[in-house]
Design a protein around this ligand. Structure first.
Ligand SMILES: [Zn+2]
Length: 380
């Protein structure tokens, strides 16, 4: 800290009794080497502020404000998605009583009305309700939500029409359908996404405090990115290769090992050098891109027979495009490269990168939902 010239905080005017510390924003040229990252962002930097002021700066305007808030809001989005998924899409039916299923039916109506975007997930849950759920309603009448198609859950219909893996309508016993596939790989992914978004947000908020803080939080940030990528593979590998545990272990094990290796590599201080930005982008991109192998494998095995395999691959491709665009923007540092200083507060590449990450992660969540729809009715 002593060598730095950027300290911009003082204890306020001397005529005031209370210690009011005021910190100013500084320009790029005033930054110490460890804080210099993007020469195309000229101003509005916080530099070695005390921790209290650094944390409180979440409520003030500087060149990291939108980076902090974009991923903080993304974290809250995924928290809501996790809660929504847990409430609307029933868990393992074997551990639930008929009463809880009836309770869920009421919830389902409310939750389904909450969001149009996730209505089809609620519809999937309609299919999974056991017939007893309707039979248990107080007035003895079936209370199937209007969003549910007829005979999805009926005391008179113990069989429901659902789309089987062969692409044709097949009759599946409701007792089987009421025993959905395990949700843990999807929840592992949701937790991975939340960890990534939260660590990123914290990193952007407090990194400027000191060189030591920057070192620790950047490693946390990389670990968060690795967690997102690794857990993204879990629904893909687990549900796609449900009938082949050896392939499940192969894909889940290798991506976990790769993620651990990337986190270990990030512990090397040189890894953070600005000139290694393309290498960092390449390392995590390659990890993510290696997902093309199990996706291709899945399509090879089930592409012609299971609509769920194709639908999930569609969302996975969308995710790949969004992440790819994000990484390209991150590495190229556009648009600030074209007009240095113009995008300091709003619109610089890292903010765009954050938006692409959230959009890609959201697309992947939908892939996960497609897996549940597929595997709930089509097990081994
Ligand atoms: Zn970031």
């Amino acid at each position: 800290m002593a060598a730095s010239s950027c300290i911009a905080c003082n204890n306020g005017s001397t005529d005031e009794k209370e210690e009011k510390r005021k910190c100013d924003l500084v320009g790029y040229e005033a930054l110490p080497e460890w804080l210099k990252d993007n020469e195309f962002i000229h101003g509005y930097y916080r530099c070695e502020w005390p921790m209290k002021e650094t944390v409180l700066s979440i409520f003030s305007i500087h060149n990291e404000t939108l980076n902090v808030w974009s991923h903080l809001l993304g974290f809250l989005l995924f928290l809501c998605l996790a809660i929504f998924t847990a409430m609307v899409i029933p868990r393992n039916g074997s551990s639930r009583s008929s009463n809880s299923a009836a309770y869920q039916l009421g919830d389902l109506v409310e939750m389904a009305n909450m969001t149009v975007a996730l209505r089809h997930e609620a519809l999937a849950a309609c299919f999974l309700l056991p017939p007893s759920a309707a039979a248990l309603s107080e007035d003895g009448q079936q209370q199937i939500p209007t969003s549910c198609p007829p005979n999805t859950s009926s005391s008179h219909h113990h069989a429901i029409q659902i789309q089987s893996s062969t692409g044709t309508a097949a009759t599946v016993d409701a007792g089987t359908a009421a025993d959905p596939i395990t949700r843990w790989p999807l929840f592992a992914y949701l937790v991975g996404a939340m960890v990534c978004l939260l660590t990123s947000s914290v990193c952007h908020l407090i990194l400027c405090h000191s060189e030591r803080t920057a070192y620790v939080t950047l490693r946390l940030d990389y670990a968060g990115i690795a967690a997102l990528i690794v857990t993204s593979f879990y629904p893909l590998a687990y549900y796609s290769f449900l009938c082949n545990p050896a392939l499940q272990r192969l894909y889940m094990g290798s991506i976990t090992a790769l993620g651990a290796a990337a986190v270990t590599a990030s512990l090397v201080p040189a890894f953070q050098a600005p000139e290694l930005r393309p290498l960092r982008a390449a390392l995590f991109s390659c990890m993510g891109a290696s997902g093309a192998v199990p996706i291709a494998h899945k399509l090879l095995l089930y592409g012609g027979t299971a609509p769920g395999a194709v639908a999930s691959a569609g969302y996975e491709a969308l995710m790949g495009v969004l992440y790819g665009l994000g990484v390209a923007v991150y590495a190229a540092r556009v648009p600030e490269r074209w007009a240095p200083g113009r995008f300091d507060l709003v619109g610089h590449s890292h903010q765009l990168f954050h938006l692409f990450v959230i959009a890609g992660a959201y697309a992947h969540y939908h892939a996960g939902v497609e897996y549940l729809k597929w595997r709930d009715v089509d097990k081994c």
